[in-house]
Design a protein around this ligand. Structure first.
Ligand SMILES: [Zn+2]
Length: 299
């Protein structure tokens, strides 16, 4: 069983994230979660600590630290991995999603193991932990990630298109040639939807036909029907939490991967059949366009 521990006996409050917050937020207290890593199958734990303004999200093994940015991603096969001191921390996307969705701008994430715990395959327990720890405002203005031109990345019929907008919105189109999946579209607008209730609980899924290949590749060793929805041609391993849970999970992944561009993105995003590889390429493109713009502004 996965449990989280609050490292404080003080009463804590949770504040719902909204675009109305103009100040940066961090956790009120540290919080620890543990469980099995989806791919490594190893027991792993993660502690999320409060951090100073303008820290962003930083991963640490206790000795070395690295910012959780797309430029530090080293692998995107069935999850997003960030390089840390020559090693990698696997499957950071659900925690990144929970931090972004709950409006946490700054946190130090201390990992003890090669991978984030899979928990129930969704971001729900990460959100519960963040809510239990509570959020506090910092004396620093939030610096949203603003784009001033459309950004488009694509690969093999999948694409992500983002256009400038005053707030974030994400529409995701999933399309599988599979009798139980087919085409699903889901949308998420942080100012209108409740991330904790509507997006965070959506779980990871895998087609039964993919399971053997994943295990062969050394992935999904910690996968079980406790943390993954397995989909056969005619049935699923559990009842769905939402009719469009699969598309919602893809949005949850995107929220986490997009956060790797270094802050709260303000754009209308349309994603069609994208996965971690394209999501991270998109976040890198946002980083690149903004770096070029900053360079141009100097002259
Ligand atoms: Zn996921």
């Amino acid at each position: 069983m996965n449990v989280f521990k609050i490292e404080s006996s003080e009463p804590v409050v949770s504040e719902k994230h909204s675009d109305a917050y103009a100040i940066q937020m961090t956790l009120r207290d540290s919080v620890t979660l543990s469980g099995t890593g989806l791919h490594s199958g190893r027991e792993t734990s993660v502690a999320i600590h409060p951090a100073e303004p303008d820290t962003g999200i930083v991963l640490t093994d206790g000795t070395h630290s690295v910012p959780a940015l797309a430029s530090n991603v080293v692998d995107t096969s069935r999850g997003t991995s960030i390089g840390l001191n020559g090693d990698r921390v696997r499957t950071v996307e659900h925690l990144m999603s929970a931090l972004s969705g709950m409006g946490v701008d700054n946190a130090v994430v201390e990992v003890n193991g090669p991978e984030m715990p899979a928990l129930d395959g969704s971001a729900r327990l990460y959100v519960d932990a963040i809510q239990a720890a509570g959020l506090v405002g910092l004396e620093a203005a939030r610096r949203p990630v603003v784009i001033d031109e459309p950004i488009y990345v694509h690969h093999n019929g999948s694409f992500i298109l983002a256009v400038p907008a005053p707030h974030l919105s994400i529409t995701y189109v999933l399309d599988y040639d599979h009798p139980l999946i087919g085409s699903q579209t889901a949308s998420y607008i942080p100012s209108e939807n409740d991330f904790a209730k509507e997006i965070a609980p959506a779980r990871t899924f895998v087609l039964y036909e993919e399971v053997a290949a994943l295990l062969n590749d050394g992935l999904s060793r910690g996968g079980s029907i406790e943390n993954v929805i397995v989909i056969w041609q005619d049935r699923m391993s559990s009842d769905l939490r939402f009719p469009d849970e699969l598309a919602r999970h893809k949005i949850m992944d995107m929220v986490g991967d997009i956060f790797l561009c270094g802050g709260a993105l303000q754009a209308d995003v349309l994603a069609v059949k994208s996965g971690h590889t394209l999501n991270v390429e998109f976040a890198k493109e946002v980083e690149r366009v903004r770096a070029n713009k900053a360079q141009g502004d100097l002259f």
